[in-house]
Design a binder for this molecule. Sequence first.
Ligand code: GTP
Ligand code: MG
Length: 138
Amino acid sequence: TERTLSIIKPDATKRNLTGKINAKFEDAGLRIIAQKRIQLTKAQAGQFYAVHAERPFYDELCEFMASEPVVVQVLEGEGAILKNREVMGATNPADAAPGTIRAEFAESVGENSVHGSDAPETAKEEIAFFFSGLELVG
Ligand code: GTP
Ligand code: MG
């Protein structure tokens, strides 16, 4: 089985969508093996999204991620990284397939409700960014 890092973003926590989003993960066979609600600073958001530092939306993205609490979580299951990205849908909700989290809940390409790791190496790094080994009970 595989693990991936998921973040329920400020636009979704603010609208009390955590439970509805978690139901979509669980319905897809992803087990939530760790979860916590945290308030990121803008600097921490910037560190997490450092790979996007040169993109024009970087500052806006970091402000947004620090604007309200987020729920960070580890999802586990067969092919969890790809499966999670399928359940999330395309980055831009206008392009997201019906039934996906972003199609149903996202407000815009920036405020798009969820983050999910995109590869095994980034999943490992992103899980370690938020969780210690003791917090991960598979
Ligand atoms: P993540 O799972 O959050 O990494 O989304 P992704 O892999 O589908 O998208 P990507 O890694 O390309 O971009 C990371 C995040 O930056 C997106 O989820 C959006 O929140 C934000 N983002 C991407 N493109 C834009 C954009 O054109 N404008 C704004 N404001 N934000 C963007
Ligand atoms: Mg990404």
